[in-house]
Each structure stands twice: as structure tokens, then as C-alpha cells.
Design a protein around this ligand. Sequence first.
Ligand code: HEM
Length: 105
Amino acid sequence: MKKTGIALAGAALAVGLVSVNTGKAQAATYTRTQVSQHATTGDCWTIIGRNVYNLTPYVPMHPGGPQEIGRVCGKVGTKAFNGQHGGNASIQSMLKTYRIGALKR
Ligand code: HEM
């Protein structure tokens, strides 16, 4: 009984966290103009597909170098990203963790 209660509370918490995260991510939308205001390696947003990513914390850690990834700051990076990493599922899931919202159109 006690165990079930804890398990249920855990499940409810997990569901709550997931929906809070999803809700937040889906609510935010950014225009191309807004993205273009984050166009340096020290402040780097990019558009990949229909989503907007803040890559700033990742730029200094990028194994391909900050300049390579820096080419997409403030811009549409879909072709650059897919060209380099499109076939790599683990890099694609790393990318997801930097998503801040969707592109406003
Ligand atoms: C958006 C434009 C990007 C470009 C143009 C780019 C380019 C590159 C290049 C040239 C390399 C070196 C490949 C080699 O040495 O053979 C590399 C490696 C790597 N990049 Fe990127 N990158 C980009 C974005 C990202 C992002 C957003 C992530 C993760 C969040 C990422 C994660 C990695 C990892 C883990 C490696 C090392 C493993 C591998 O080469 O497959 N990159 N990248």
C-alpha cells in the first residue's frame, strides 16, 4: 500500500514534469529576426528545421571546433547540421537538449 502510494506519486510527478517541459518548449516561438540577434560564438542561436536552438553552452565544447558550429549562429543551420550530423542519432538527440522553441512563421 505504502509502496504503491510512493510509486503513484513518482509516476504523477514524472508525468507532471514531462508535461511542464513539453508545454514550455511548445509555447515559445521566435522569429528569424530574433534568432539573427544571437549571431556570435558567445551568444549562438540557430534554426534547424522548424525549431530554434540556443547552442551557446555547447559551442566551446564542440568536438568539431567552435568555428565550424559557429557558422550557423544567428542563421538557418539546417543544411550545415544535416550535412555534417544528419545521419547520427546520438548527435541529433544532443541537439534536442538545446531546443528553446519553434520558429515563428
Ligand atoms: C550546426 C552546425 C554544425 C556543424 C557545421 C558541425 C560540424 C562538425 C565537424 C566538422 C565535426 C568534426 C568531424 C570530424 O572531425 O570528422 C563535428 C564533430 C562533432 N560535432 Fe558537430 N557540427 C555542428 C553542430 C553540432 C551540434 C549542434 C552538436 C551537438 C549538440 C554537434 C556535436 C558534434 C560531435 C559530438 C562531434 C564529434 C563526433 C563526430 O564527429 O561525429 N555538432 N561537427
